[in-house]
Design a protein around this ligand. Sequence first.
Ligand SMILES: Cc1cc2nc3c(=O)[nH]c(=O)nc-3n(C[C@H](O)[C@H](O)[C@H](O)COP(=O)(O)OP(=O)(O)OC[C@H]3O[C@@H](n4cnc5c(N)ncnc54)[C@H](O)[C@@H]3O)c2cc1C
Length: 404
Amino acid sequence: MSEEYTYDLVVVGGGPAGSSAAFAAAKKGIKVALIEKENSIAETVRTSGVTWIQNIKEFGIPDDCFNPIKNFSFCSPNNEVTISDVIPRAAVLDVRKTYRWLANEAEKAGANIFVKTNIKNIIKNENGDIVGVKGIGANGEIIFHSKVVIDATGFPSTICKAMGFAPQWERFGAGAEYEMKGENIDSETWWLMVGQQYSPAGYAWIFPLGDNIVRIGVGVGKPESNVDPTQRLKEIIEKKLGPIKKLGELKEIEFHYGLIPNDGLSRKTVFNNMILVGDSAGQANPLVLEGIRYAIKFGRVAGKVSAEAIKSGNTDEKSLYPYEENWRKEIESKINSAGKVQDRWIGLSDEEWDRELDIIKELKPEEFIDFIKADFGLSNMIKLATHHPKLAVRQLFNLVKGKK
Ligand SMILES: Cc1cc2nc3c(=O)[nH]c(=O)nc-3n(C[C@H](O)[C@H](O)[C@H](O)COP(=O)(O)OP(=O)(O)OC[C@H]3O[C@@H](n4cnc5c(N)ncnc54)[C@H](O)[C@@H]3O)c2cc1C
């Protein structure tokens, strides 16, 4: 006998996108199931967890969930720059604590959480529209009927693919990371390391978590490079390349590995009775491939729009479209601009990276943050492209604006 449930909304995937969607929808008073295949929320960590304090505050994430970052250091084979701010604007999240807090907020708002429940298939009605999902739960086959399904399964996009709405991602980032205890960790400073020896198409990083703990990782763009990020990570740690040697003796705590889409905003994200959000929608800033804040922000929008459509009795594509309209208006042009900078960065030689760091050196902390966040508002881009005292910076921002 299979277990069978009926909900207004089923959210598949208990990552930041799914938990945020379930929270926003449950707050509107509808019946919500949040489904996660692992034994607990955030059992496996697949992210480095860097985000921005402004967003953390906006989401209400508690202070004990992150380590604040004030200084931003970059190194290339023969250059180095540190941009120091007066206040911390970035943060490294305690990923488990944060993701569990997000899921807990959803549960407090009334959502039912099902862990150990791996959704493998969809249920369609006579028109071919989705009306539920099924998979394997803790006690065998499990079936969920629902008016709307949100695909928040991340990179695999299980529901979207089962519906035949999109193929596998062609371009993506693969990242490997060790969480390690060190001897000499500056907890306020992150490092981004660029150049062939770190990653031929991507970058390496050191992100401190406080308490002498760091995440050291390597990200590699696929299909641009066939380098295995895990192998490269082991090599750079063994050789104690660049700033890694400053960290002293390192002891492994945990290994993380993950994939993130890098196909731009190529997917349609609303269909009859269905929404895609977070990585399954490809919503990531391509400059550094960060997607957590978009997953939370647009997860909440997806949950709210779904609940409103369900309450109105109409959950067709048009009724769910305000969600797509919302996120496209907010990030589409920024992500397209960031894609141009990413294209430039992915092809740089070591010497060109050395020179690129000279340009980054000229940025004030707030200009740097806007840049790395891909927060390319038209008015500040025009200002920087026209009036920045340094020609090279003006050229960089002209590229962002779309001029050669
Ligand atoms: C190596 C690496 C480093 C990164 N670093 C950063 C960073 O520093 N900052 C940043 O902002 N972003 C970073 N990202 C990107 C960020 O992790 C993602 O953008 C973000 O996790 C997207 O959230 P999500 O909820 O859409 O997907 P996910 O976090 O992937 O969550 C999806 C959830 O769905 C569950 N699931 C999947 N399939 C099923 C199924 N069939 N049934 C039930 N449950 C299922 C999974 O177990 C998972 O819990 C990084 C990514 C990688 C790979």
